[in-house]
Design a protein around this ligand. Structure first.
Ligand code: FE2
Length: 275
C-alpha cells in the first residue's frame, strides 16, 4: 500500500470522552513512512491509549516491528533478575501469563504507571492478546490528563510544585530495590498538556511535607484516579493490541476471568518525565 493511501485511511475513533481510540486503517505489516509514524505517535499522545485489531496469530517478530512505529524498544522490561530469568525461561521476552504471574500478587490489578521508581520510566508499552480469557480479564486505562484537569485550580497549584518519591516498598515480588523522585505533575512533550504523575503501586511520599500530610494527599489522589469518568476498558480478543503512552495514563488488569490469560508485552524506552 502506498504511504499516502495509508495516511488518508488512518482513523482514530474515540472510545470514551476522556481516553482511548480505536485505530482503523493500519495493517500489521505496515510500511512505516515518516508521515504514518508521526500520525500514530501524535494520536498516541493525544488519546493516551490506542486499540488495534491485528487478527489472531500475531507473531512476536511482527509485534516488535509494529511496536517500532512508536519508538525505540526496551530489550527486557522487569525489576528483578528473577523476573527477567522467568521471562527468558518462558521463551519470550515479555509473555505475561496470569498462571505464572498472578495479577493480584504482581499488583497488575491495581492502578499504576509502569516503572516510575526508575529515572527513565518506559514511554509506552504494547500488549497483544496471545491467549485471551474466555470471559473477563480485561484491562483498563485512566487518563492522567483528565485526572489533573478535573481538580480545582487550588489543588492543581498545590500539586504543580510538588515532588514525589517513587519506590518498590509495596511490591514484595521485586527483590532489587529501586527508587526515584519525579514531579507530581508532568507535561507531555507532544500535546503540551499536564498530567498527574502519582500512582498507587509506586508513589511512596510527597517531599517537603509531614508524613501525615503526604499520606492524606496520596490517599486522596489514589481514590481520585478511580473515577470512572477518566477510564476506558478493553476486552481482549485474539490479536487485539493496545498501545499506551505510559506517562499520561495509568492502567490495571481485571482479576476476574475464565480460562488462560496470556498477553505479550513490548516496552518502548522513555526519557525523564519533566514538569
Ligand atoms: Fe503495568
Amino acid at each position: 500500500m502506498a504511504a499516502a493511501d495509508t495516511l488518508t485511511k488512518i482513523r482514530f475513533e474515540k472510545a470514551t470522552p476522556a481516553i482511548g481510540a480505536r485505530v482503523q486503517g493500519v495493517a500489521l505489516d505496515e510500511a512505516a513512512t515518516p508521515e504514518v509514524v508521526q500520525a500514530l505517535r501524535e494520536g498516541l499522545h493525544a488519546h493516551g491509549v490506542l486499540f488495534f485489531e491485528l487478527g489472531a496469530g500475531v507473531e512476536e517478530a511482527q509485534q516488535r516491528n509494529f511496536a517500532r512505529l512508536f519508538g525505540e524498544l526496551e530489550p527486557v522490561y522487569g525489576f528483578s533478575t528473577e523476573q527477567r530469568e522467568a521471562q527468558a525461561k518462558q521463551g519470550s521476552g515479555g509473555l505475561i501469563d496470569a498462571d505464572f504471574q498472578p495479577l493480584k500478587e504482581y499488583r497488575t490489578a491495581q492502578w499504576h504507571t509502569d516503572g516510575t521508581p526508575f529515572e527513565r520510566p518506559p514511554q509506552a508499552a504494547i500488549l497483544t492478546a496471545v491467549e485471551p480469557p474466555e470471559l473477563g480479564g480485561g484491562t483498563m486505562w485512566a487518563s492522567m490528563y483528565a485526572a489533573y484537569e478535573d481538580l480545582s485550580s487550588h489543588f492543581q497549584n498545590l500539586l504543580d510544585g510538588l515532588q514525589v518519591q517513587h519506590g518498590t516498598m509495596r511490591t514484595p515480588f521485586v527483590r532489587e530495590r529501586a527508587q526515584w523522585i519525579h514531579p507530581a505533575v508532568i507535561r507531555d512533550p507532544v500535546t503540551g498538556r499536564k498530567a498527574l504523575y502519582v500512582n498507587s503501586v509506586y508513589s511512596e511520599r510527597f517531599l517537603d511535607m509531614s508524613e501525615s500530610e503526604s499520606d492524606a494527599l496520596l490517599r486522596f489522589l489514589f481514590e481520585h484516579v478511580k473515577s470512572p469518568e477518566f477510564h476506558v476498558a478493553l476486552t481482549w480478543r485474539p490479536g487485539t493490541t493496545a498501545v499506551w503512552e505510559e506517562r499520561v495514563t495509568q492502567h490495571r488488569a481485571i482479576d476476574a476471568f475464565a480460562g488462560k490469560r496470556k498477553l505479550r508485552r513490548i516496552t518502548i524506552k522513555g526519557d525523564k518525565p519533566s514538569a
